[in-house]
Design a protein around this ligand. Structure first.
Ligand code: SAM
Length: 217
């Protein structure tokens, strides 16, 4: 990427640049002394990257504290760690196989804390996670709104935000995607005010990205 000038986006540490004639999104690499100053962020491999490219309002700042549920092998979590260069990402994942990669990725990243746990049971990691500004959730599970509500109750600050990637097929493969998403949104609205939402076509089918603010109860 030498000689290519990155252009700022509205998001801290996220840029676009023209590479081989096409526009790519990148984050500024947090890892000190790494070869690349900027890392390409592929919207086909990250629902958050797709959401940003499609213009979803993302309330993450460079000093945000983030609870990330469903971190998998850390692809997106590593870019969130780049974005929150003065904050921290607490990354929960329940697959021991994925956790091996997540741990490897987190070693040079001082702000990425891997946690092997089930997001359905947030009490099990209560002692490791402080109050956070943002919950980012991307779990392939039936109970997606339920997981968000439980975690928000324990960890999300009063006016904090949830960024939820709703995968309609994981919830109920027999129902139509729009019906499933409508039901999840209804549940969310008991605890959150929906601020923005959008489908992630053409990058990810049957997915809806939702940004919601915790209601003051
Ligand atoms: C679609 S993948 C996440 C991809 C990742 N967010 C990324 O963009 O790089 C969903 C992940 O959620 C994890 N997961 C599913 N249910 C979970 C649960 N109850 N607690 C923690 N992780 C869970 C799966 O093991 C899987 O790694």
């Amino acid at each position: 990427m030498e000689g290519v000038e990155p252009i700022k986006t509205g998001l801290d540490n996220v840029f676009t640049l023209i590479l081989d004639g096409s526009k790519r999104m990148v984050t500024r690499n947090l890892v000190p002394g790494a070869d690349q100053e900027f890392r390409i962020w592929d919207p086909y491999h990250s629902k958050l990257a797709a959401s940003i490219l499609k213009g979803l309002t993302i309330p993450v700042k460079k000093d945000s504290m983030v609870l990330y549920l469903g971190a998998a092998n850390g692809t997106t979590a590593s870019h969130v760690s780049d974005i929150v260069s003065e904050g921290t990402v607490f990354a929960v994942e329940f697959s021991p196989r994925a956790m091996q990669d997540l741990i490897r990725i987190s070693i040079p990243r001082i702000n990425l804390v891997p946690i092997l746990a089930d997001a359905l049971h947030p009490n099990s990691y209560k002692n490791m996670v402080p109050e956070v500004d943002i919950i980012y959730q991307d779990v392939a599970q039936r109970e997606q709104a339920g997981i968000a509500i439980r975690n928000a109750g324990l960890f999300l600050k009063k006016d904090g935000y949830l960024i939820l990637m709703i995968k309609s097929r994981s919830i109920d493969s027999a129902k139509r995607a729009d019906e499933v998403i409508e039901n999840e949104m209804k549940r969310l609205k008991e605890f959150f005010t929906i601020k923005d939402s959008m489908e992630l076509e053409p990058f990810h089918s049957d997915h809806m990205a939702v940004v919601a603010q915790k209601n003051i109860l």
